[in-house]
Design a protein around this ligand. Sequence first.
Ligand code: HPA
Length: 270
Amino acid sequence: MKVITYEKILETADYIKSKINLKPDIALILGSGLGSFTDNITDRIEIPYEEIPNFPISTVKGHGGKLVIGKLNGKNVIAMKGRIHFYEGYSMQETTFPIRVFKLLGAEKLLTVSAVGAINTNYHSGDIVIINDYIKLTSLSPLLGTNMEEFGERFPNMNGNTSLIPIMKNIFNNNFVKPIEAVYAFMAGPQYETKAEVNMLRMLGADVVGMSTVPEIIVAKHANMEVCSLGCVTNAVSDADNLSHEEVLQASEKAKDKLTKIILDFIKEI
Ligand code: HPA
């Protein structure tokens, strides 16, 4: 496990700055099956993760592995094609390293999209939800250790930085998609939940469950970035007896057109 220091983050940001000639307005992190969204970015520069000093490398099927920087609907964007997950064996600090790099590049906003399982029985495969709160079911945090004062305070508030959520709700309404707000439970994975765990999550008040997103939200809010996270419901967790990663990828493929339109409209609006 690499020790993450402010100098390392700065070194990585400087490397990326030397390759691009724009300041990103927003960073995008796109999860399982949604990597091809970056094809919509024009005037783009692509940098494979392995070429970027100190950058973690995504190992999951369905996740690409490069940064795509360019223009999208009138805004400057930096997108991760391929996400880094805690379950790949990276520390929470490594998992969220890219967010801090994006902040140093000038991005003050973050949009994440991830596959989620539905705990709430009213949700169905293909639904897109707006994550308005989370429950982190591990005592680990990407902020453990010496605080990086350059980014934010020791004890950051996690309930703020929500100004993008009403904008996203409007975009849903304009697209005739019901804006469902959901509480996301973070499970470290990579194994899917047992029936007992699903019952526990329901009792705790979670609507959806996933293995990403929360570490990223924490680090972004610590750095005072505005965050909006979408979940693409790929399965009902109560049907999880036969759940496979292929099924998750297929379901996100089905929701892709709707999601693409929503993200494009959102980028225009922010
Ligand atoms: N559990 C956890 N993460 C997930 C699931 C699930 O059922 N579906 C998609 N991501």
